[in-house]
Design a protein around this ligand. Sequence first.
Ligand code: NDP
Ligand code: GDR
Length: 354
Amino acid sequence: MEPKKALITGITGQDGSYLAELLLSRGYEVHGLIRRASTFNTSRIDHILGSDGYVEPHDSSIKLYLHYGDLSDAEQINNIIYNVKPDEVYHLGAQSHVRVSFDIPEYTGNVTALGTTRILEAIRRSGLDIRFYQASSSEMFGGAEPPQDEETCFVPRSPYACAKLYSYWMAKNYREGYDMFASNGILFNHESPRRGETFVTRKITRGIAAILAKKAKYLYLGNLDAKRDWGFSPEYVEAMWMMLQAEKSDDFVIGTGETHSINEFLDEAFSYVGLNIDDHVRIDQKYFRPTEVDALRADPTKAEKDLGWKAKVTFKDLVKIMLDADLRAAGVEVPGEGDEIIQKKFETKWWKGD
Ligand code: NDP
Ligand code: GDR
């Protein structure tokens, strides 16, 4: 039997890289959309490519193919969908930084919102039977009281959240209007050693590693009171895959059900390595947002009931997993509790390279 084909937009990002590994481990032929950049931007997938740059895999058993394109370029998206003819499209590409979306709201709308329409249209026009996953976000809940589930009203509080909400509704509209299999995964924050360096969790774990390596003294942060429901990215990409294997398309909230403030993240992280927060953390107004999302906490009951998905990695586990990886990368002593958690909680660890 021919292997299933998947197209991933955003394959060079945190989730895209884990999803590529998951799908390859399940026998898929994986295609990814990548942007042309003046420097290498494939560091999260180089270990799969077996290379250190833009080359096709040397190992012909690894069915991973990259295609240049951009979410702002409808013609190329049409070409890729038409030529690849994927069975499943995981649309993860986006300008994904909430703070940055206040600086570049129009660009964020073009890529994060209209990019989704370009893909949905390309699928519709191809006439092919393609299952579509939309990377929707808990940011869409914004100012709504926690806990948030599939029935909670959306109160977006940033250009990013508005763009994601547009995409959410477009996915639903194509489901209803054209009978397309289009599912929204409304994912709460999820992190990992591959998390972008400017998101708060990774900024903290990298900052601590730099302090211990004597390369920095202070870590500059913004609002420490905001609360988030933080989970572990490899588990969340599994939920994406499960959504596209379901009998019918639907919308699902994915999260741990726990919420913690940035202050609590700092407490856990600094105590894990025996450093004092007050000696090293400073506040910088430039990291505050014009409008903040104060508190997010998922009610993931539907995902557990309908998909059989439940988060295994807790908040405390996550802090240790991320810190172990950043300490190792910085060449300083690694306590190792994070590594043990991965070993204990995942029978088969299908991802590598962290
Ligand atoms: P990342 O920021 O790590 O990855 C974003 C990806 O989108 C990168 O591959 C990036 O490419 C690509 N991209 C950005 N702009 C364009 C463009 N104009 N054309 C083509 N590709 C582009 O995000 P995550 O992996 O963390 O998240 C994946 C998706 O899930 C995103 O849509 C995000 O908004 C959403 N999401 C994330 C959550 C989280 O907590 N991580 C929670 C809920 C939703 P490049 O590498 O070249 O920059
Ligand atoms: P978020 O993640 O905005 O929730 O979006 P981020 O880690 O950027 O912010 C979380 C909270 O931390 C506060 N904060 C800081 N944030 C950053 N980035 N840098 C700082 O120095 C800092 N100090 C405090 C923020 O104000 C905020 O309250 C992420 C992205 O992955 C989105 O793409 C995704 O949709 C949502 O998660 C769910």
